[in-house]
Write a protein that binds this ligand. Structure first.
Ligand code: FRU
Length: 480
């Protein structure tokens, strides 16, 4: 079922390589549109990543499952399209999001089929080869034909399946006719016939949210975590952590994961080495016209290892494997800045990692990245060690009128330690910021000027006594 549009991915990658907004160490497809990561799994020594893909153009539509695999979560190889819509299979209008589980050695995809906009059955497909290139949609499809009562006709999708007490369980995202959002729980002995057990969680926590998309439900330390994506999808990812007895989930704490809805529709899996890893979709922040001109849209976050911290927050850090992309000879410095002082950093470029450590209580400062020499374009990461806040300000990141910009903020709490350690990863239009390897912000920036490549530091109104700087240029994950 490999089709013409998946031919020669490397030449598509080469054609787009000159685009300054295109990331080179975050996964994205050869060209055209991508959104959610799907079907994350580890099989015979390789990580496999599937993703929502429109093979026909750079805007959303006619969804397929694209496919890539990696030996190390960082370097990827393109595979042919794995799943394509077929009328006869009950997914003629699209193969929407889902997951993959290992059914006695056979990777099995459980996903949303789009038959019509109000008919979104849950379907399954089984891998037929060890590269996961060939898939067979099973004859028993659909495995869930009807949505339960009370679910809005267009709001039922994104199955997430796991093994629980010697049986299979599944959650599906939903929007309800009483205006609540819900995650619906199912159970099965054989993966193909399912019993509906009722909502795992059902709430109207935020007025403007009409459904929870892409639920993920997984154990982490001694808790269970439920992640939901707040639809309409400008509202980001929300998490609940709590206890689960195999039937009832009792949330204890909750909050936003990451920031302003730029990171969305993540998928989480626990891999054989015990790490629980999340990939998310980093949404474009530019107009459809700008996307059509670019010829591509969508990119994944760096894979992030999840943990619960001492406050019960869901936190993440990029998997250690990305550090192999740091080029030799980092720039390191021990700096102090007088009030208002500005310093150009001895590193430039659009593929950089900057680490900055400072003690709590020091004066505030800003790190500027992707700055043009005349400073008409720049992106700021502001750090206030006194109140423990970090800002990502993209207001001046682009002179183009076709991009959305904004200010995002995160705050440490009192007991988060004596230090603030910032990690800023810039990769073309992607910017990811971590503080203390726990809390994160994600952004997209589109400078128009080819020389918007400078980095600078600027002190606020008081002195910054002591600032440790580490800065690396970052390598590409592609060979060409
Ligand atoms: C989330 C989402 C999913 C759906 C898929 C379609 O971004 O809307 O709910 O399955 O994208 O591409």
């Amino acid at each position: 079922m490999t089709t013409a549009f998946s031919e020669n991915p490397i030449s598509h990658r080469q054609e787009l390589a000159g685009d300054i907004h295109r990331p080179v160490f975050h996964f994205l497809p050869p060209n055209n549109w991508m959104n959610d990561p799907n079907g994350l799994c580890y099989f015979r020594g390789r990580y496999h990543l599937f993703y929502q893909k429109n093979p026909f153009g750079p805007l959303w539509g006619f969804m397929h499952w694209g496919h890539a695999s990696s030996p190390d979560l960082i370097h990827w190889q393109d595979h042919p399209i794995a799943l394509a819509p077929e009328d006869s299979a009950g997914d003629g209008l699209g193969v929407f999001s889902g997951c993959i589980v290992d059914d006695n050695g056979t990777p099995t995809a459980i996903y949303t089929g789009v038959k019509s906009i109000i008919d979104t059955p849950i379907l399954a497909a089984r891998a037929r080869d060890s590269s996961l290139d060939e898939w067979e949609k099973i004859p028993q499809n659909p495995i869930i034909a009807e949505k339960p009562e009370g679910v809005n006709s267009m709001d039922f999708r994104d199955p997430y399946v796991w093994r629980q007490d010697n049986r299979w369980q599944m959650v599906v995202g939903a929007g309800m006719s009483d205006n609540d959002s819900a995650v619906l729980l199912y159970e099965s002995d054989d993966l193909f016939s399912w019993r509906y057990l009722g909502p795992l969680l059902k709430q109207r926590s935020i007025e403007s949210v009409t459904m929870w998309e892409c639920p993920n439900f997984f154990p982490l330390d001694d808790k269970f975590v439920l992640l939901v994506s707040l639809y309409p999808n400008t509202q980001g990812i929300y998490y609940y952590t709590g206890n689960y007895d195999g039937r009832v989930f009792t949330p204890e704490s909750q909050g936003y994961f990451d920031s302003d809805g730029i990171l969305y529709a993540p998928q989480v899996r626990r891999f054989p080495d015990g790490r629980t890893i999340l990939f998310g979709w980093l949404r474009e922040q530019r107009s459809d016209e700008a996307i059509e001109e670019a010829g591509w849209a969508g990119v994944l976050s760096l894979p992030r290892e999840l943990a619960l911290d001492q406050h019960g927050r869901l936190v993440s850090r990029p998997v250690r494997e990305y550090q192999q992309l740091r080029m030799p000879s980092p720039k390191t410095d021990h700096l102090s800045l007088n009030p208002g002082e500005r310093l150009i950093l001895p590193i430039t470029g659009r593929q950089v990692e900057v680490g900055l450590s400072v003690r709590r209580g020091e004066g505030s400062f800003e790190l500027g990245v992707a700055a043009s020499p005349d400073e008409t374009e720049f992106t700021l990461i502001g750090c206030d060690p006194q109140d423990g806040t970090v800002l990502l300000d993209t207001t001046h990141s682009s002179l183009s009128g076709n991009v959305q910009t904004g200010v995002q903020m995160l705050s440490l709490v009192e007991t988060d330690g004596e230090e603030m350690r910032l990690h800023v990863l810039l990769d073309g239009s992607v910017i990811e910021v971590w503080v203390n390897e726990t809390l994160s912000l994600s952004g997209r920036i589109y400078p128009t000027m080819a020389d918007a490549e400078n980095l600078f530091l600027r002190a606020g109104n008081s002195k910054v006594q002591s600032l440790e700087l580490f800065a690396w240029e970052m390598d590409s994950i592609w060979d060409f």
